[in-house]
Design a protein around this ligand. Structure first.
Ligand SMILES: C[S@@+](CC[C@H](N)C(=O)[O-])C[C@H]1O[C@@H](n2cnc3c(N)ncnc32)[C@H](O)[C@@H]1O
Length: 224
């Protein structure tokens, strides 16, 4: 499905957000504290977050995605930016092809709602982190109660899927959106999962009026 929407993926992100960068695009890499790091961005898509990690000082970034079409676009963007400090791995988030304790930080943006097994995907990302390394997760979350939350649900569940379908030229591709959010853990529950898989210092903050959550956690120096 993601391979089909690649040609217009960046255009869609700009149009559906009226030209604004998706929330957290700078905050997520900053939370990973990427200076001089070896970083991994999982579900890298067209490479926006991976490139931002480099801009914020990562020594090298690996962008992993299971869509070769997404990675081809990401690679072209990195080449256009003249950035040789990025490499790309065709990989499933549920079975990352990296040894334990490899990366100083691991990020993901708008990936988690797509995983068939959320907990297994998070555990896999924690596995490839070095001790004291940081995991940063950015994704949509259940909007707050009240008028704004109701309006946002209306937008996300009923307006965004046909709008995205029209811009991407693939109406079927975005029908999954409403289910992806309704079945996804609330921010507090996602924090509990991160703690449960063994991460320490788990925190989250809400962005974009409470519709996007940025979670962080660290792999402890001494495992429980
Ligand atoms: C909504 S896009 C987000 C892309 C990018 N992170 C961004 O913020 O623009 C989700 C991405 O995750 C990838 N993806 C979904 N499930 C995956 C999995 N199990 N393993 C690897 N990549 C996956 C898709 O191919 C797609 O590129």
């Amino acid at each position: 499905m993601f391979g089909r929407i690649v040609p217009r993926y960046d255009l869609l992100n700009r149009r559906s957000r009226r030209g604004m960068a998706p929330p957290g695009r700078r905050a997520a890499p900053a939370a990973a504290q990427p200076a001089d790091s070896l970083a991994l961005d999982v579900g890298a898509g067209t490479g926006g977050l991976a490139l931002e990690l480099r801009r914020q000082g990562a020594a090298h970034v690996v962008g992993a995605d299971f869509s070769s079409e997404m990675l081809a676009t990401a690679g072209a963007k990195a080449a256009a930016a003249g950035d040789a400090g990025l490499s790309w791995a065709l990989a499933d988030a549920l079975a990352l092809p990296f040894p334990d304790n490899t990366f100083d930080c691991v990020t993901n943006a708008f990936l988690l709602r797509n995983l068939a097994d959320l907990r297994a995907g998070l555990a896999e990302m924690a596995r490839v982190l070095k001790p004291d390394g940081r995991l940063v997760c950015l994704d949509a979350t259940q909007p707050p109660p009240g008028l704004f939350g109701s309006l946002y649900r209306l937008y996300f569940n009923h307006l965004l899927p046909p709008l995205a379908g029209t811009i991407s030229g693939d109406r079927a591709a975005y029908r999954y959106l409403p289910n992806s959010l309704e079945g996804f853990p609330k921010a507090t529950d996602l924090a509990a999962i991160l703690a449960d898989i063994g991460l320490s210092d788990v925190r989250f903050r809400l962005l974009a009026g409470g519709t996007v959550a940025l979670h962080t956690g660290r792999r402890p120096l001494i495992e429980r």
